[in-house]
Ligand binder design. Structure first.
Ligand SMILES: Cc1cc2nc3c(=O)[nH]c(=O)nc-3n(C[C@H](O)[C@H](O)[C@H](O)COP(=O)(O)OP(=O)(O)OC[C@H]3O[C@@H](n4cnc5c(N)ncnc54)[C@H](O)[C@@H]3O)c2cc1C
Length: 256
């Protein structure tokens, strides 16, 4: 919990200790306590799909620099090479929360779910230590118009939790840190509130745009209905790849 006042912020941690500070940056993730104290805007929004992730070891027969994503009916699989020996993968399924359980049968379950996907999907699943597979629900938060108040601000998922469809959650957190650092450089205690206000002015439009875009991509990708999937796949096939690429790469061009 925190209590802001004119000269600083008094922070109380879960073990009851108190710290006085010039500013507080809530970088405490999607279930941020600092955000709850500041905005009181409830729980994250379940996106309608859950996800398993793993890292395959050894040669999965994929070319160097391989990165791909495969979309089916309510199922998605994707990944990319990390280095010569390791390949990161994710497997997404549409459904009610809590579906991405992990136990001794997870590899077999995933093999069955993705049995009609590309052959590299099965190879990646087989090359993954089942004990290292993790699973969880996918959630985000609605964009907000402010995330700084006085001497308190938010950063990363605490400020703008997004679905992972663009691979941008951590990237946006790093951008927050870059801009926040710039705004605080050389500022004394009296200038903190103005610096935090400028930080959110610069960052909120881009972060919120990314939250919305990630949500839209997820809504298209999660489709289960066969007619909807057929229309989606037809539209995607007809869309020039240069257009898709330019939309995606806009996320990677820094405006700062
Ligand atoms: C399936 C999936 C795939 C993803 N893929 C990508 C990707 O490819 N690229 C990308 O950029 N992003 C990706 N992300 C998003 C990325 O993981 C997050 O956006 C990023 O981890 C957010 O960083 P953060 O520091 O804001 O929050 P977190 O990483 O959640 O860190 C918050 C920290 O605060 C601590 N904390 C929480 N509460 C308290 C408390 N009360 N007191 C003290 N400490 C506390 C936590 O222990 C944790 O260490 C993905 C996310 C998921 C779920």
């Amino acid at each position: 919990e925190y209590e802001g006042h004119g000269d600083g912020v008094l922070v109380t941690t879960a073990d009851g200790r108190q710290r006085q500070a010039d500013l507080l940056v809530g970088a405490d993730g999607i279930n941020s306590r600092v955000r709850a104290s500041m905005l009181n805007d409830g729980d994250p929004r379940y996106a309608g799909y859950y996800c398993w992730r793993g890292v395959a070891s050894g040669d999965a027969g994929l070319p160097a620099g391989w990165a791909a994503e495969y979309w089916g009916d309510g199922l998605r699989f994707g990944g990319c090479t990390i280095d010569g020996d390791r390949t990161y993968w994710f497997a997404v399924q549409t459904g009610p929360p809590g579906g991405a359980t992990v136990d001794a049968g997870t590899t077999n379950r995933l093999r069955a779910l993705y049995s009609d996907f590309a052959p590299e999907v099965r190879r990646l699943l087989e090359a993954t230590d089942p004990r290292a597979i993790i699973g969880g629900d996918i959630a985000d938060r609605d964009p907000v118009a402010e995330w700084s108040r006085g001497r308190v601000t938010l950063l990363g998922d605490a400020a703008h939790a997004m679905t992972p469809n663009l691979g941008q959650g951590a990237c946006q957190a790093i951008e927050d840190a870059l801009v926040l650092g710039d705004q605080l450089a050389g500022v004394d205690a009296a200038g903190v509130a103005a610096a935090l206000s400028e930080y959110q002015r610069i960052r909120i439009p881009r972060a919120n745009k990314t939250v919305r875009m990630a949500r839209r991509v997820g809504n298209v990708a999660r489709m289960e209905n066969r007619v909807g999937v057929a229309v989606r796949d037809g539209v995607l096939r007809a869309t020039p790849s240069s257009m898709l690429r330019s939309q995606l790469t806009s996320a990677w061009k820094l405006p700062y």
